[in-house]
Design a protein around this ligand. Structure first.
Ligand code: SF4
Length: 73
């Protein structure tokens, strides 16, 4: 598993992660910012654990995010 965190304060809702790079993990939240899909959430929609088979997609999203709002650990 990899830990994924979205910095809600930095996210500008561009859609690159949830529309283009990794819609299996990310989705658009009610306010237009990125959320983790429900099955991956931890305490809230902005952090959680993602299986290793989705790691490369998450890393692609993190690399493509224009404001570096996605952290993969
Ligand atoms: S790519 Fe970054 S800025 Fe764009 S929606 Fe995803 S987390 Fe937000």
């Amino acid at each position: 598993m990899v830990k994924v965190t979205i910095d809600k304060e930095e996210c500008v809702g561009c859609g690159v992660c949830y529309e283009d790079e990794c819609p299996d993990v990310f989705e658009e939240g009610a306010d237009g910012t990125s959320n983790l899909r429900a099955e991956f959430r931890g305490e809230g929609p902005f952090s959680g654990d993602v299986p290793d088979d989705l790691k490369s997609g998450v890393e692609d999203a993190a690399d493509a995010c224009p404001v570096d709002a996605i952290v993969v650990e």
